[in-house]
Design a protein around this ligand. Sequence first.
Ligand code: SF4
Length: 483
Amino acid sequence: MIHPVLDPKLAPPFPKAALPVLRNPQLRKNVAHATDVITSKRGRLVAEKDDWQALRDAASALRAHVLENLGTYLEQFEERCTAAGGVVHWAADAAEAREIILNILRDENASEVIKIKTMTSAEIQLNPFLAQNGIEPHETDLAEIILQLGKDEPSHIVVPALHVNRSQVRDIFARTMHLPDLSDNPQELTAAARTYLRKKFLTVPTAISGANFLIAETGGVSVVESEGNGRMCLTLPRTMITLAGIEKVIPRYRDLEIMLQVLARSATGERMNPYTSLWTGVTKGDGPQRFHVVLLDNGRSDILQRERERQTLKCIRCAACMNACPVYRQTGGHAYGSVYPGPIGAILTPQLMKMEYAQSLPYASSLCGACYEVCPVKINIPEVLIDLRAKVTDQERNEERRFFDPLYLGMRMANKVFASAGRFQAAQRMMRIGLKPLTGKDGWIRSLPAYGARWTMTRDLRGVPQQSFREWWTSRANGKAKP
Ligand code: SF4
């Protein structure tokens, strides 16, 4: 098995990383099956709602309003959360967030920590960092357990182990839980995970969560999940640490009414997610007695500055765009080299990395628009993809090593040719002669030599016509044009 690299600084470019996946029929079958099931459930549930488009409009407007007033709502959240007994920390980047969490855990003398599924902790590579510092993290979401015990990485943001099938889960559990007689019966697998988890819930006194929403009005946090493991982490431990991206805030408690409706339907094709947990500060004698929130920036403020790309931060991590994406459905998530795969990952990851890494991701799309159509908060992903592609090209154009790159050489020449009508017409005549031997009887070129072969490898090229429009127009004026 090839171990996936989900660190954008180290991961290979998308076309290279996608190749082994495309050659793995089992993995493609697992991904296609899982995304088909979720997509058809989502379709049924969305069709049930007469006001689905109005709900999308409301959710989109709400998220846009938050981003326009982010500072105000974050300050309000900090004030209310602190008043309720929570402690709010601000982390400018991943390193700072990791240090804050490590220091809290050290103050607690923690040697282990239980975790509710959180993409943000994967974004800052928290688990390996804690392990290096002598603190053992235990995932409690079933899919995350499968990945942690199987030393694998998530390939989807809602169903992180969707690339793994039941018999593969059995093998992982049988090996790591020392249960050689375990079958791949779902009840048996769930019972094995439950026994494994109960011990952790009852013995580990510190927990880490992410947040689906931070509520400015109350200073509260909300997490939605489908197994109840999150609720166990929220009630049993003594200390709770929540790590959340700054964009997760919503203004009011009642805004959950909209957000929970669109999230559950888009994410798992359910009317309502099975467990919605809300907690605000601490309550004496009930639940965790110490509560910390770490608000993570890690590049988000930069994204906020850019008018068109800002919409990326409206995302509520439902993963509907992934399930609909024809590219993701062929490759699964690992090829994206980031904890955020699929269309949202293709626009979020390079921006979080300040466009220094993951620059192949904006090209990992057919621009078909399926992601935009299903996004419950109406993020125009194709628009952002095109913008990012322009940025990548601008950056590359100025790199010295690109000076003799055939693509950029060709583009510079094309630039000169297109800038002058005379040069353009001369080039047309030369190409008509030069390409003639390669042009078929039907007027199409099936195969170009040298660098041009990269174009014709996947598509045909129209040959240069025997007469251009300009030539036809001139001969028409001279009375020689054919009708
Ligand atoms: S971009 Fe839209 S569809 Fe994709 S995960 Fe985010 S909210 Fe969901």
